[in-house]
Design a protein around this ligand. Structure first.
Ligand SMILES: [Zn+2]
Length: 349
C-alpha cells in the first residue's frame, strides 16, 4: 500500500494533517483565502476572524471519495494489526519514541487523555532531555516515550494539564518572538507567512514559566518559522542564534531545536550544520520513526525522529502509526539523508 497515500498529503506546517488518520472532515470553500503568490499552490488557508479552536479548521477540504477510501483502508489495516497482536508486540519493543503534537483543542481533550491512558502501561514516560541522552548513548533498555509540542500554541496549556495527570513530560518548541505577542497584525503575519496557517492564539511567558515549573522543557523552533532550505547562511545564523539568545534570556537555557515543517525537503545539510555550530545539543525532524538501542552517536550525527499525530485522530489509527514506527530499525547512518553527514560533520572529524 502506498505509504504517502495512507498518511495523507503533506500540507502547511503539519505533516499529513489534511487527512492524517481520523474521521472525515471538511471546511467550506467560503472559508478559503484567495490564492497568494507567495504561497505554494497547494496551500489553502481558511479565513477565520478568531483564532483557530479546532482541528477541523486546520484540516482543509477532505470531502470526496479519496479520504473515505483512505480512512476505510487505514481502519482495516489498523484493526488487522490489533487483531493479530502486532500492536501489542510493537509496543513492547525497547525504544525511545517521541510523539509530536501541536495542539490539544477543547474537543481533543478526551482523545488525548485516552491516548495517554492507552500508552501508559507499556511505556516509561521520560523527559525530552533524557530521551536525547538515551538515544545519543545508545542506552535504551525499555520502551520509553516522550512528548513534544511545536509552535507554542495556547492549547498547549491544556496539554500540560493532561500530561500532569499521567506524570508525563514534554518539550515545547517555540518561536520566541510570537510568545506573548499582542499585536493582531504581527500575529496574523506570523501565522500566514511563517506557519502558512490561519490565525492561532499563542502562549504568553507566564504560560511558559508555568510549564517550566512543572518540569517540562522549552526548545527553539527558530524566530520566524521559515522554510530553512531557502535561507542564506546569514539568515540561518540569525534564526538560530536569535532564537537561542531570546530563549536564554527568558528561560535560562536552551538545548534542543526542531525545524519548522519537519520534512527533509524544508531543511538542508547546511542548516543542520548551522544548528550544531550554534551550540544546540539536538536537532529534531517531523519524520516518523523511533530510536532503538545502538552504539553511541555524536550529537551532530543524530536527527531525532518524531511521530506526528493529532490528538483527535481515531485511537486505533494512531496506535497503528506508533506500532509501525516502533518496528523500524534505523541505523545511525540512516538518521540523515544520504550525503548530508559529510556536510554536517564539517571539520568535526
Ligand atoms: Zn512549526
Amino acid at each position: 500500500m502506498n505509504k504517502w497515500w495512507l498518511e495523507g498529503r503533506i500540507r502547511g506546517c503539519r505533516q499529513g494533517r489534511g487527512d492524517g488518520g481520523g474521521s472525515i472532515r471538511g471546511t467550506g470553500a467560503q472559508q478559503r483565502l484567495p490564492s497568494n503568490s507567495n504561497m505554494s499552490d497547494d496551500t489553502n488557508i481558511p479565513t477565520v476572524d478568531q483564532p483557530v479552536t479546532s482541528f477541523r479548521q486546520l484540516a482543509g477540504d477532505s470531502r470526496g471519495m479519496r479520504p473515505v477510501l483512505r480512512n476505510a483502508a487505514l481502519t482495516a489495516l489498523s484493526m488487522m494489526w490489533q487483531r493479530t497482536g502486532r500492536i501489542e508486540q510493537s509496543l513492547r519493543i525497547n525504544r525511545v519514541h517521541v510523539l509530536n503534537l501541536h495542539h490539544v483543542f477543547a474537543n481533543e481533550e478526551e482523545s488525548f487523555r485516552r491516548l495517554l491512558r492507552r500508552l501508559r502501561p507499556a511505556h516509561a514516560f521520560i523527559s525530552y532531555s533524557e530521551a536525547v541522552q538515551r538515544i545519543l548513548s545508545g542506552d535504551i533498555n525499555r520502551p520509553a516515550l516522550t512528548f513534544t509540542f511545536d509552535d507554542g500554541l495556547k492549547s498547549c496549556v491544556r496539554a500540560v494539564r493532561i500530561l500532569r495527570e499521567f506524570s508525563a513530560k514534554a518539550c515545547f518548541f517555540v518561536c520566541p518572538p510570537i510568545i506573548g505577542e499582542t499585536d493582531p497584525d504581527r500575529i496574523t503575519q506570523f501565522c500566514h507567512e511563517g506557519m502558512r496557517e490561519p490565525v492561532h492564539e499563542f502562549m504568553n511567558w507566564d504560560d511558559i514559566d508555568k510549564l517550566l515549573d512543572e518540569g517540562h522543557e522549552v526548545g527553539s523552533h527558530t524566530l520566524t518559522h521559515p522554510n530553512m532550505s531557502t535561507l542564506s547562511s546569514t539568515q540561518l545564523t540569525d534564526e538560530l542564534h536569535g532564537a537561542a539568545e531570546q530563549l536564554k534570556k527568558r528561560v535560562g537555557r536552551v538545548e534542543h531545536f526542531a525545524w519548522p515543517f519537519g520534512r527533509f525537503e524544508e531543511f538542508s545539510p547546511e542548516a543542520a550544520r548551522a544548528v550544531f555550530d550554534c551550540g544546540y545539543q539536538s536537532c529534531a525532524s517531523g519524520v516518523r520513526g523511533c530510536h532503538r538501542a545502538r552504539q553511541a552517536v555524536k550529537r551532530h550525527e543524530l536527527c531525532i525522529r518524531r511521530e506526528h499525530m493529532i490528538a483527535e485522530w481515531s485511537l486505533v489509527h494512531t496506535m497503528y502509526f506508533i506500532a509501525r514506527s516502533a518496528r523500524l530499525h534505523l541505523s545511525p547512518e540512516e538518521y540523515w539523508p544520504s550525503g548530508w553527514n559529510d556536510v554536517i560533520r564539517g571539520d568535526r572529524g
